[in-house]
Design a binder for this molecule. Sequence first.
Ligand code: ATR
Length: 276
Amino acid sequence: MDKPLRACVIGHPIVHSRSPLIHGHWLEQYGIKGAYEKLDVAPAILADFLSEIRLGSWLGCNVTIPHKQAVMTLVDSVADEARKIGAANTLWLEDGKLKATNTDAYGFAANMDDFAPDWREAQTCLIIGAGGAARAVVHACKEAGISDVTITNRTTERADELASEFSVHSVQLIEALQNLDLYQVIINTTSAGMGDIPPLPINFKSARSGTIAADIVYAPLNTQFLLDARTHGLRTVDGLGMLLHQAVPGFEKWFGQRPVVDTSLRRLILDDLGEP
Ligand code: ATR
């Protein structure tokens, strides 16, 4: 019997994942008779679920909170990128082996390429935040060739630790925010400004014109960070494209077709987010 052409996203909880909408759109667009589901997988049954993939019940899966670190110890091989970032979000079977990679850095970079392609020419960037999302962004900025990457964070020790791990600079948040003119790209990777969490008190007045401000938050799409940046004449990149682009490599590995992130996909997710 043929193996099922299906992939999924696993997490715990998983209800809010938009991955089924993204992959479902591509399956329809490319006329692929496959499926993409979302599964609530509790930590206690994670290893059992990965065995199901090895047995061929699934082509692979996306992985979200809280499994992004745990899966790395349970698969057969971990791509360099995931190892450096310290988390995996995409799993697939290849030559009978269960492999893992991280596509968040790719997603971030591809979104920047779409909306501010000259970001790769920047020499300086400031990354605000030191959590899991910041790790992927630091990796992407280094890979893009930005020579002077600086991390800042509410909890300074976390910024210092991350900076030392990735061999970049760190600076206290208050100092960073007072010297925004030093940076050509300023990126928010914190959850500040998302849902009910108050936004960071950033005054972009001191930033240079031409500076790019990017947020990885996409709900709301126009975060206070981006609105303030725009008010001061900065160029801005919102977080939705990172979500869309990070899905591309998984779809290609599972279904054999490299999908395109286009305006119809963006519109679909904007509608789901209730954004005009
Ligand atoms: P993720 O994996 O999504 O990055 P995380 O590891 O919990 O999540 O990290 C969240 C980031 O947002 C951290 O940098 C956090 O700062 P702390 O390390 O000081 O906790 C930052 N963050 C969350 N809420 C914030 C707020 N209200 N103001 C400033 N930074 C905030």
